[in-house]
Design a protein around this ligand. Structure first.
Ligand code: FRU
Length: 543
């Protein structure tokens, strides 16, 4: 087949050359030229010489993925075609579609040698699985194709920049991982790794930086026309830092600066950085390992961190002004953003956490989901997140209640139920002088199960609790979040999608995300108040 195409292509090109030589009519030249292009298109698609490893992965996922019924997956959150998924990679807009790649191991629902899975979408909600994009099939990435990002090149090709993991034998006979950065280029479906990979290695590190922890490049195009990328790194102090690199063409990279240093404040190694300008500020997102909590900020273990500040354009360093967690729920990590054609900054995250991956549905052929894509903004030194506006098109069957008083009681409301819903709630005290003690919303509920959101206005703390969601494991099942604002009004927007809950607090000032594997028949919703609370509810089914 390849030989046939090669011959056709050669024929077409020779034809074109002859036509040009004879200087025949332009019409004819165009025809031959178009023919050559068409054949060249088929040719490039078919000569993309797929490794056996990638071919095997593609075959496997094709056979296994289609056996998973649509209703056994999330309705509008990304899940892997089959097997395991972690970080979002290459979240980008390319030739009219949103592309999302992900850390992927098709053969099992546990982490293993990393491939890149691939989905595309027109609206960030309805995703189509494409064949796996990368497999760890080269010497320099044989241990795994770790996280990275994507961008469109001048010539229309899509470039993937990812961390290649190899191993090195130590003098004492033990082995350790070595991380470098590599490039692959493709057409939105098939990608060819660059012959001169890796493009960034230990020799490009600043002094003291470890070659064992050097990963997760996030690329963007600067206003000066150059490509830039930020990469997570471990300096000599053992904590984390973010390195900035520059390239004119996406292939040849030079070290620019240490953009930000952890100095042992927020966990240790900083993974999966992203860096962008938003609302007049510079924002650095990263996912630190080994975090310690500070009050109700920063989860123990693998956390999320947002640093808002200003970029010093002379030294290429970030002057920090504000810091916060990105998500205050149980399951969120390794977020990545893209810029939409209409100028929005959209973030997606792995709606899981390394500390809670044992919370799972045992008989499922897929593991893990991405969060809902969220639009970001910066207001008063804080990062705000709201569900993407595209979600509004999925809203159906509006049900509304206003000024419902709940006085030391538990109530349910007609038609307020479901597991794929978008619900807005405003909770106020019935009597401002005598504020209720506690308000609770229960969802994914039947006689046996429920997940609860509980608010205590005197502490201003909102708690999510999935202890009774059907989990058989004694893991972290609760998180608490210190809500800003007064006791007079709490606004919640709760998005449920079969196996998850995302709660946007006070117009997106804070967000709590958690996955739940409660049986789908548990679709009840109830409201409870100790004292007297008054609520407004608007609910839509998401269809
Ligand atoms: C974050 C992470 C990345 C790494 C990838 C490996 O979740 O540890 O730092 O590239 O996962 O799958």
């Amino acid at each position: 087949m390849k030989e046939e195409i090669r011959q056709k292509l050669t024929g077409a090109v020779i034809g074109l050359a002859r036509t040009c030589e004879k200087n025949e009519k332009t019409e004819n030249t165009n025809r031959v030229f178009l023919e050559a292009l068409t054949v060249a298109g088929d040719w490039s698609a078919s000569i993309f010489d797929m490794s056996e490893m990638l071919e095997k992965a593609r075959k496997y996922e094709e056979e296994q993925g289609k056996q998973i019924k649509a209703e056994d997956r999330p309705a509008f959150h990304v899940s892997p075609y089959v097997g395991w998924m972690n970080d979002p990679n290459g979240f980008s807009y390319y030739q009219g579609e949103y592309h999302l790649f992900y850390q992927y191991y098709p053969y099992d629902t546990h982490w293993n040698s990393m491939h890149w899975g691939h989905v595309v979408s027109k609206d960030l909600l309805h995703w189509k699985h494409l064949p796996a994009a990368l497999a760890p099939d080269e010497d320099y990435d044989k241990i795994g194709c770790f996280s990275g990002s994507a961008i469109e090149l001048e010539d229309g090709r899509q470039l993937l920049l990812y961390t290649a993991v190899d191993q090195e034998k130590m003098e004492d006979g033990t082995v350790r991982d070595i991380q470098t950065q590599a490039v692959a280029v493709g057409d939105g479906k098939d990608y060819k790794k660059y012959e001169k990979n890796p493009v960034l290695t230990a020799k490009d590190l600043p002094e003291g930086a470890s070659k064992v922890d050097f990963r997760d490049p996030k690329i963007w195009k600067g206003k000066d026309g150059n490509f830039y990328c930020v990469i997570g790194s471990r300096p000599a102090d053992g904590s984390g830092q973010i390195l900035l690199y520059r390239s004119e063409n996406g292939f040849d990279w030079k070290f620019v600066s240490i953009l930000a240093k952890n100095k042992k404040r927020f966990g240790k190694m900083w993974e999966c950085p992203d860096f962008f300008e938003l609302d007049g500020k510079h924002v650095l997102l990263t996912s630190p390992q080994d975090m310690l909590p500070e009050g109700l900020e920063y989860h123990n273990g693998n956390g999320t961190l947002c640093i808002i500040g200003e970029m010093d354009q002379d030294t290429y360093t970030l002057k920090e002004q504000f810091t916060q967690s990105v998500d205050y729920g149980i399951d969120f990590y390794a977020m990545q953003t893209l810029g939409t054609p209409d100028g929005r900054r959209i973030m997606i995250g792995w709606m899981q956490n390394w500390d809670t991956i044992a919370h799972r549905c045992n008989d499922s052929k897929w593991f893990a989901q991405m969060s809902l894509p969220r639009e970001l903004s910066v207001k008063n030194g804080r990062l705000y997140q709201t569900p993407i506006k595209e979600l509004d098109t999925m809203r159906k069957d509006r049900v509304e209640y206003n000024n419902v008083v709940i006085n030391n009681d538990t109530i349910s409301l007609d038609k307020i139920e479901g597991r794929t819903i978008d619900m807005e709630l405003v909770i106020r005290p019935e009597d401002k002088e005598n504020v209720y003690k506690k308000f609770a919303l229960r969802f994914a509920q039947n006689e046996r199960f429920h997940t609860e959101l509980c608010f205590r206005p005197d502490e201003s703390v909102l708690k999510i609790d999935r202890k009774f969601s059907g989990s058989e494991r004694a893991l972290v099942h609760q998180r608490r979040c210190l809500v800003n604002g007064d006791a007079n009004e709490l606004k919640l927007r709760v998005i449920l999608d079969r196996f998850s809950a995302e709660v946007f607090i006070n117009d997106g000032e804070q967000v709590m995300s958690a996955v739940i594997f409660t049986e789908q028949e548990a679709k009840g919703i109830s409201f409870f108040a100790e004292g007297a609370a008054k609520i407004d509810v608007v609910k839509y089914d998401l269809v």
